[in-house]
Design a protein around this ligand. Sequence first.
Ligand SMILES: *Cc1c(COP(=O)(O)O)cnc(C)c1O
Length: 380
Amino acid sequence: MPSVPPLKFASPLLDEETIADVAQVLRSGHITSGPWVDAFERELSRFCDGRPVRVLNSATAAVEVALQLAEIGPGDEVITCAQSFFTVLNMIVKVGATPVFVDCDLVTRNIDLAQVEARIGPRTRAIMPTHWPGSLVDMDALHELARRRGIRVIEDAALVIGSQWKGRNVGAFGDLVTFSFHPNKNITSIEGGALVVNDAAEARRIEALRFHGIERLPDGTRDVAFPGGKFNLPDVNARIGLAQLARLPEFLCRRRALVDRYFARFSTDPACVLPPPPPGANDGQSWNMFSVLLPIADLTLDRKAFRDALAAEGIMTGVSYEALHLSTLGRRFGYHRGDLPNTERISDSTVTLPLHAAMTDADVDRVCAACTDFIARHKR
Ligand SMILES: *Cc1c(COP(=O)(O)O)cnc(C)c1O
């Protein structure tokens, strides 16, 4: 029987030209951080309206360095959203600070800013929201709140490079902003991330924090005053990232066409909760994922059975994300089931369906048909 290759839920799109570019870097003799890192950073900075950008070997490293840059550590609290990736919880805890979780909106999945305001206390040092595909955190309200209360903002923009707020790219304004170039994101450098900062002094500080804490002294020797990490991005990766950044508009356009098709074709009985529908053409939203909430209370089978049934048809799905406050690490900070109802409902019933720039319209149709069919057959 001819077998169709499985449809992955995320997949990078690398062209032959990029592969040839990488071969050139490999032959150049300079393969770790060098001129291609500089070039990638310059293009990212242009993308962020001239704000300084430094690349690192992951967004997780970028978040850790952002927290260090803001001098957040033991005794400090960071208010964040439990409907996000493990990076958020892990890095706050790793620098010695305390995560303070608040709930999110059920549909947009973005952090509830009213709850953020209510949880700001004398030890609060930063707000760390994760932007969700399809709808950004309200940037005006977020930055107004942070300014008014005198706290830093670290935007986890791992999923939304290319999204815009009132016509400006995410990263072009605000405080500290992190991007990811993991293969599942809008653009990739295999592994990689970036941190957007406010000024040249902060950019220099990242250069030390991402490379052993090293500072170069006028006499040609080096000194270390802070235990920095080893988070530099190699040139091989930067070359890929640079080529991908040039194709970002094309990738986003394709992703958007696929999402429009999902909205047109996705229909189940009982209904799933869908992401916020795009408000219109040129609405400035990027779509890294298409995640729905299954109507599990109305089904005789659970999410595992749903995912297994789709996998049996060659359709791979993901769970984005498990509630951070209910992880073993999160519970150490005193959280329990029932604390964050929307986050928990999403965590219990979400499924991320395939979405990436290499997909065809027929792929979307196949996924929609498989979902409709499973839900119809296992309706309570
Ligand atoms: C992917 C992701 C990260 C981590 O990115 P890495 O580059 O893999 O470290 C952080 N936050 C969110 C929301 C993500 O989706």
